[in-house]
Design a binder for this molecule. Structure first.
Ligand code: VGL
Ligand code: ZN
Length: 210
């Protein structure tokens, strides 16, 4: 599977708060960096996503009385997992890792900046209405296949891949270049949802020599 002109790699949320020592560290999260760097070299086209919340964001447990991180609550658009404060705009934890070497990345999509709405997906916020503009960007540039990797496999990578598939792109998740949080069955659910939506699961070795 050699990436070509109509293929794009979406590198999801490789930010310090999701890496070891971060506010919402994904287990083994730093293991994604080396494969993503190798993959990115093989793609002419790469976009990055960046979780980018205002202080006091509705997805933070600290914004709700009597709630702890990883508990569920109901927001206007439905159930929401609550998280430790993370990826607050312009804080060091929100920075994209400097260990990524992707100088040719063409776009950084920030998401989750609306105070009352989370956005796991790089395409559409959790209200399932508000668009980030990424679908239009990919369409206008005439991409056909979308490859997703990064953090976290069961949240932002999965939701991005699901929305990509729903938008009509042939969509792949690169498993070994992603890591999951896996809270309360979230990884199994994400895998089921992706399989049902026709998202293809692949590995770096199918795309680049490792
Ligand atoms: C993410 C939880 C909250 C992610 C972002 O990048 O997967 N997860 N915000
Ligand atoms: Zn977030």
């Amino acid at each position: 599977m050699r990436p070509g002109e109509q293929d794009i790699l979406i590198v999801v949320d490789v930010q310090y708060d999701f890496l070891p020592g971060g506010a919402l560290a994904v287990p083994d999260g730093d293991a994604v960096v080396a494969p993503i760097n190798r993959l990115a070299k093989a793609f002419q086209h790469v976009v990055l996503t960046q979780d980018w919340h205002p202080q006091g964001h509705a997805s933070f447990a600290s914004s709700h009385a009597d709630k702890q991180p990883f508990e569920l609550t109901d927001l206007s658009y439905g159930p929401q997992v609550l998280w430790p404060d993370h990826c607050v705009q312009s804080t060091p934890g929100a920075e994209i890792s400097q260990d990524l070497h992707i100088p040719h990345a063409q776009l950084v999509i920030r998401k989750g900046y609306n105070a009352g709405i989370d956005s796991y997906s790089g395409f559409k916020e959790a209200d399932r209405q508000t668009s980030t503009g990424l679908e239009g960007y990919l369409r206008e540039r005439r991409f056909r296949r979308v490859f997703c990797a990064g953090l976290a496999l069961d949240f932002c990578v999965a939701w991005t891949a699901l929305d990509s598939a729903a938008a009509g792109f042939e969509t792949y998740v690169i498993e070994d270049a992603s890591r999951a949080i896996d809270t309360d069955g979230s990884l199994a659910k994400a895998q089921n949802d992706m399989s049902a939506a026709g998202v293809l699961i692949t590995r770096s070795a199918q795309i680049v020599d490792t």
